[in-house]
Design a protein around this ligand. Structure first.
Ligand code: ZN
Length: 228
């Protein structure tokens, strides 16, 4: 009876694809088949000679760096990220996190951090939106990697003006905005920092510095998408 009810409900209000907004078929989950096969995958291999390395070179020592998708404006990836971030589509975030994890394991089967930590939102934004999209993605990733995901870093200063200032200033602006809540949670551990999208890398870098200062043994990063 319950299933019948849900099938009827879906018939009236079909679930929509997070990428292109068309109604999903019964066997499709969060993304339609067309969006799924056309996802612009970034080269997950990465750190060596990659675009990503350039964003962190000489700043922080990173063990592994993973990126799943290439982000461009007005693309399905932008729609998906928007849906996860503002549309309340936590399930899609977890699902993509799981797929990301599978891709990592395919290439790096022995990769096993001790803890996954999301880049935090400012408390005000967290209260407004109700959840941190990076945490949701991290939960999915952690499910595949069998690693816990925990919000152990706090954002102490809001940097809402960040998008308006240039890159050099931006590096300075993020310096010191993150604080580890309890050092014992990460002390001596290999931490995998997760975010939804990397642009300049400055936010992640500031977060990595906070983690290393608080005693993390080594740090790796994973971002669902990278702006190209
Ligand atoms: Zn679609």
């Amino acid at each position: 009876m319950k299933n019948l009810f849900y099938s009827f409900f879906e018939l009236v209000y079909p679930e929509l694809c997070a990428g292109c907004n068309i109604g999903l078929l019964v066997n499709e989950k969060f993304l339609c088949t067309s969006c799924l096969v056309n996802l612009p995958k970034a080269d997950i291999g990465l750190l060596t000679n990659s675009d990503l390395e350039k964003r962190f070179y000489g700043k922080v020592m990173i063990d592994h760096a993973f990126v799943y998708l290439r982000f461009q404006k007005k693309s399905i990836v932008q729609n998906i990220l928007f849906d996860i971030k503002y549309g309340g589509n936590k399930a899609a975030g977890r699902y993509l996190g799981e797929m990301f994890g599978m891709e990592i394991l395919k290439r790096f089967p022995s990769f096993k951090p001790d803890l996954i930590v999301p880049v935090p939102l400012h408390l005000k934004r967290l209260k407004f939106r109700g959840y941190n999209q990076s945490f949701v993605i991290g939960e999915g990733l952690g499910k595949t990697l069998s690693v816990d995901c925990k919000e152990v870093v706090a954002r102490v200063v809001s940097n809402s003006t960040q998008t308006k200032i240039n890159r050099i200033l931006r590096w300075k602006n993020v310096d010191g905005i993150f604080q580890v809540k309890d050092d014992s949670e990460i002390s001596g551990k290999h931490i995998l920092l997760i975010d939804d999208v990397i642009t300049t890398g400055s936010t992640m870098e500031a977060c990595l510095v906070a983690l290393l200062n608080a005693g993390a043994r080594k740090v790796s990063i994973a971002s669902l998408a990278i702006a190209t």
